[in-house]
Design a protein around this ligand. Structure first.
Ligand code: 0JX
Ligand code: SF4
Length: 333
């Protein structure tokens, strides 16, 4: 009898069950946008040119992993300029700052670099154009956005107090009572929900037919594309994980969009070490995306950990290719 036909207890023993299959749908685009990439490069380049420490006013982008990596290179994060010493160099975050901030930096002779995303600066210029120096052409501005968010504070702070009224939601759009409804304009935060904002804009245009504004809103390409991508994967998923920080507006919106687009559950998870594995019980298809401030390494870290527990079937679903890049601000570019 040939050797290979001998059945020994070893080769007949049942083998350990293979890990169960988990299908993973990766949304594309996801993660870093051009404004975030530029803002991080501003800090890195400032440290390279001027030496550590370089101060950064507010988290450069809303992500702890990014902040900690820059701290390791010599960045010091502060909330206000008065925490920056007299001879310090300071970078303003991607979200933008009120006009009072560069004015104060100049008054103190601080060397400052502005990492405000060019797409946020564009909204600042729009606001100034509508305000038209408060002259006869001036329009009162309704800003659609979330109270207290640094981008909203920065954009409203381009104009004198009282020039802009914040509209947080559809209810406020229905009830706002501007002094002169014939001289109005609207602008928006760049990281809002595309669908919620469309509803608010419709209400404003209905109530104030003469209101001026962008064709749709000021939501940026990156926010729009990431929401479209999560909409494409959500209906086929039992759970969507959005990698991003709780203080990241665009990441929060991705989580909401996932649930509204058909995912039974969506979780915002800053990174792997915050994942509660029991969330995957009973999940056959998992969607993964990442906010505009979340590094791709955090996605890969999660996929690698999943691969240790499951047999993964990964599919990448890309709804749009992006090729946007911004130059560094003048002193560095
Ligand atoms: O909270 P946001 O989404 O505005 O900011 P985050 O998470 O830092 O994203 C990148 C910066 C976006 C500015 O528009
Ligand atoms: Fe700029 Fe949009 Fe990125 Fe904000 S999310 S930094 S506006 S590209």
């Amino acid at each position: 009898m040939p050797d290979q036909m001998i059945h020994t207890p070893d080769n007949t023993a049942p083998t350990e069950a293979a890990p169960r299959v988990l299908k993973v749908l990766l949304a594309g685009p996801r993660g870093f946008c051009a404004g975030v990439d530029r803002a991080i490069r501003v800090v890195e380049e400032a440290i390279r040119r001027y030496g550590a420490p370089v101060y950064v006013r507010h988290e450069i982008v809303h992500n702890r992993t990014v902040v900690e990596a820059l701290e390791a290179q010599g960045a010091i994060f502060v909330e206000e300029l008065d925490e920056v010493p007299a001879d310090g160099q300071v970078v303003f975050s991607a979200h933008g700052v009120p006009k009072t901030v560069p004015a104060e930096a100049m008054r103190r002779n601080l060397l400052y670099l502005d990492a405000t995303c060019p797409l946020v600066s564009k909204v600042h210029r729009e606001a100034e154009r509508h305000f038209a120096d408060g002259g006869p052409e001036s329009r009162h501005i309704l800003m659609i956005g979330h109270a207290g968010h640094p981008e909203v504070v920065g954009t409203m702070g381009q104009l004198p107090p009282g020039a802009v009224t914040l509209i947080n939601d559809a209810e406020e759009a229905r009830t706002v009572q501007p002094a002169d409804p014939s001289r109005l304009a609207f602008i928006t935060q760049t990281t809002l929900s595309v669908d919620d904002t469309a509803e608010i804009v419709d209400i404003l245009r209905d109530r104030f037919p003469l209101i001026e504004g962008p064709r749709r809103e000021d939501i940026c390409y990156a926010t729009t594309n990431r929401q479209e991508a999560v909409k494409a994967i959500a209906p086929g998923c039992d759970l969507v994980i959005v990698i991003g920080s709780p203080n990241s507006s665009n990441s929060q919106r991705l989580r909401e969009v996932a649930e509204r687009s058909g995912a039974p559950r969506a979780l915002l998870v800053p990174r792997l070490n915050a994942l509660d594995w029991s969330a995957l019980d009973g999940v056959g298809t998992l969607g993964i995306t990442a906010g505009a401030s979340a590094p791709e390494s955090l996605v890969q870290e999660m996929v690698a950990a999943l691969a240790k527990r499951f047999t993964l079937e990964i599919e990448e679903i890309t709804v749009k290719e992006e090729n946007v890049a911004f130059r560094l601000p003048a002193p560095l570019g």
